[in-house]
Design a protein around this ligand. Structure first.
Ligand code: ADP
Ligand code: MG
Length: 723
């Protein structure tokens, strides 16, 4: 085939330049954040099918998803059991047995599969009515002298695009531009780490020859992600230090402290002092640098009051404050708390969310601009980021649970906050070693002390054999008037054709002894089982695929006590307060990072009830059990985070940072780094970035030209945002 047109392509060309990509397919790719050929190359598999591990039919248990080497015994037959449905069937066997192969609505395979030939089939084996059956498998002819790949990538897909088609597109794109791919990693670093070049690495990731080369390729890309992130952060630190603001002169906190119903902990007092100093200490020019501070504190450590103190400082000095939170329900909770406190101090607080009625919104916009009664503090969701929202005199932006905001929102925020103080709050206790690199552009305050009177949530690790006792425990808690959270890692029962079990996940490639993973619990199935086992319980369901309004409604109902049990994915992680909740159950606990488990545990133990956390795991792996047992012994978020870093590497923390990140075209994503289990690799990447920025701050040396371009692309937003 003449591939002449492909030869003139560049990585930044639109995907439509590829053969087979028309407007419809391009639109579909766009939904995956793929606009250019480069985007295609960086569309990484989420897992690999382990097709090199051939099983015999005899070895195959019912439900096993695996590769089988079978010779087709009968000519494929096409039947039409009803209108709009075709069944293409054939018999195929190995030395241990015979299976029926069935394809649904794929009539064309009848022309592709020949009786008498041998194929490698990949699919789920079922044992029905005394017969083996494999339905709609992937198949590849086994030909003499042609090696089949052992590891076959599985990509995130959109509708109407098969795995095979996606893979072909990516391979075409790679073939077309591989000679024009400049490597952003400076050569001396790449050689020092013995990494493959960018194009070799991409080739391995999309068409791996073996596990070892694939692993090397992934490590290289991981390093590159971390390296670029560190460079971007180091550079934004430089930029920030140039922003000068008038100092706040009124710094008397007495009225604020008197208005509180409690006294500050030492850690809170220290933090408020740090904030005070940031905004009030003049430099030589009589001005001060814009505050860029992150407040890190365990759930319940009392971050809110520090934010309120900062807002009070701003108000006292005639400046407005915007407090941004990720969900409307959180905004309402903050509002309910702040409004009366600030009223006592003589300041006005308003709420702005998607749910605010139009008329009220317009009034708020007007008032924020200085027309009408003054608003000193506005609390809201992303709605605060719209262009329509213009402030009269914004002096401080506070974000709560900042890593839930995507990179895009952070950038918008930055634009609005050119001359603003910025305080971000995070409940993820990032270990010190990491915090420096991940939040390098922010000064860090830590709340490492809990307000007095906090109770400890007793934590237990159990396996499936405790199921009945666990259900009884749920009933007992509900009967006593408590409420229960159940967290499961997945939404629905995996679709049989879509989610083969025997795939190699990215993170498995890095672990030395990949353990057999227990199957995933889904919220839908769990809720159903629980309703059946305990019909008296009022059970609600919550997951990320529900519409925002729906989620809010469920959360509100649970907070009002209208249900006993909330079965949810990790969307509840973000700080909603239900003091009556006294039991947290986490299914497939082995799937979660310890810090995440600690966050989840922090959802209970907020009221007067004695609270419990039960971690359910059927994992047989020694390491997994040991890891979970830390949760039983330890209740300090920082110590847990440090342990997690030691045992699993930094991946979980990057995943947390990346969560909610809408992928931009060619944009910044820590997809691979979130599988990183190698703290040393990370540290080397960060150290190299630090050295490089020091030696060549503007990245102006010729050998850094490609890197400079890459950094620009990653950290500059274009308007092709995925909606
Ligand atoms: P988080 O850090 O998770 O955001 P919050 O700010 O919501 O924590 O505080 C948790 C609870 O502790 C709130 O009910 C708050 O009123 C209370 N609290 C905060 N600081 C103190 C303190 N110094 N003494 C007593 N209670 C406090
Ligand atoms: Mg909070």
């Amino acid at each position: 085939m003449a591939d002449r047109p492909l030869l003139s392509l560049s990585p930044d060309d639109a995907v439509t330049r590829l053969k087979g990509v028309g407007p419809a397919r391009a639109a579909c790719l766009q939904r995956l954040g793929i606009f250019t050929l480069r985007d295609l190359l960086f569309h990484f598999p989420r897992a690999y099918e382990n097709r090199g591990d051939i099983k015999t039919l005899l070895q195959g248990t019912d439900g096993l998803c695996a590769a089988f080497r079978l010779t087709v015994q009968s000519v494929p037959r096409v039947a039409r059991p009803r209108r709009g449905m075709t069944l293409t069937t054939m018999r195929a066997s190995d030395e241990t047995g015979t299976a029926e192969i069935v394809f649904f609505n794929q009539e064309y395979v009848a022309g592709q599969i020949e009786a008498g030939r041998t194929y490698r089939f990949w699919g789920r084996l079922q044992y029905r009515r005394g017969h083996y059956q494999i339905s709609t498998p992937a198949f590849e002819p086994i030909l003499p002298g042609v090696a089949l790949p052992d590891l076959v990538p599985r990509y995130p897909l959109c509708e109407n695009l098969s795995q095979k088609a996606m893979h072909t597109l990516i391979c075409d794109a790679l073939a077309a531009v591989r000679d024009k791919l400049d490597d952003p990693l400076p050569e001396h670093l790449r050689l020092g780490e013995q990494f493959p070049t960018l194009s070799v690495a991409l080739e391995q990731i999309h068409s791996p020859t073996d596990k070892q080369s694939l692993r090397a390729a992934l490590r290289r890309m991981m390093y590159e992600e971390l390296f670029c992130m560190a460079i971007g952060i180091a550079r934004s630190k430089r930029e920030n230090s140039d922003l000068r603001m008038p100092v706040f002169t009124k710094t008397d906190m007495t009225p604020f402290l008197q208005a509180l119903t409690f006294s500050l902990t030492r850690a809170q007092a220290r933090t408020v002092g740090e904030i005070c100093r940031d905004v009030s200490l003049p430099g030589e020019d009589g001005m001060t640098a814009a505050m860029r501070r992150i407040l890190i504190g365990d759930v319940g450590s009392g971050k809110t009051v520090c934010a309120e103190a900062a807002a009070f400082l701003a108000a006292q000095n005639g400046k407005q404050t915007a407090l941004m939170v990720p969900t409307a329900i959180l905004a309402e909770q903050h509002y309910a708390e702040c409004k009366p406190l600030f009223a006592r101090l003589g300041y006005t607080v308003e709420l702005l969310t998607g749910a605010t009625p139009q008329k009220e919104k317009r009034q708020i916009y007007e008032r924020l601009q200085g027309n009408g009664p003054r608003i000193d503090m506005i609390i809201g969701t992303h709605a605060l980021l719209q262009d329509k929202v213009v402030f009269d005199d914004l002096g401080l932006i506070i974000t709560d649970e900042q890593h839930r905001f995507g990179v895009a929102q952070r950038a918008t925020l930055k634009e609005k906050s050119q001359l603003c103080h910025l305080l971000v709050m995070s409940a993820t206790p990032i270990p010190r070693t990491l915090a420096l690199s991940m939040y390098g552009d922010l000064a860090v305050s830590r709340l490492d002390e809990m307000p007095p009177g906090r109770q400890i949530t007793d934590t237990y690790v159990v396996d499936e054999s405790y199921r009945d006792r666990l259900n009884a425990f749920i009933r007992k808690n509900a009967a006593e008037g408590g409420q229960i959270y159940v967290v499961c890692p997945s939404i629905e029962q995996p679709d049989e054709t879509e989610e083969p079990a025997d795939e190699v996940e990215m993170s498995d490639l890095f672990s030395l002894t990949p353990e057999g993973r227990p199957p995933l619990k889904s919220v839908v199935a769990y809720a159903e089982q629980l309703r059946r086992a305990c019909p008296q319980l009022r059970v609600l369901l919550l997951h990320g695929q529900m519409k925002n309004a729906e989620k809010e409604a469920v959360m509100q109902a649970f907070a009002r006590g209208e249900a006993d049990v909330l079965v949810s994915t990790t969307v509840i992680e973000v700080g909603v307060n239900v003091p009556n909740a006294s039991l947290m159950i986490v299914e497939n606990a082995e799937r979660f990072g310890l810090s995440q488990l600690h966050q989840l545990r922090g959802r209970v133990g907020r009221g007067k009830r004695k609270s419990y956390c039960v971690l359910v795991s059927d994992s047989k792996g020694e390491a997994a059990r040991e890891r979970l047992s830390i949760m039983h012994k330890c209740h300090d978020g920082y110590r847990i985070a440090e342990q997690d870093l030691l045992m699993r590497g930094p991946g979980d923390f990057f995943a947390a940072v990346d969560a909610g990140n809408v992928r931009q075209s060619g944009g910044f994503s820590l997809r691979l780094a979130s599988a990183c289990d190698d703290t040393e690799l990370m540290q080397r990447a960060f150290a190299a970035a630090g050295r490089l920025v020091k030696a060549d701050p503007a990245l102006s040396l010729p050998e850094h030209a490609t890197l400079q371009k890459e950094i620009e692309r990653i950290f500059t937003l274009d308007d092709k945002t995925v909606s």
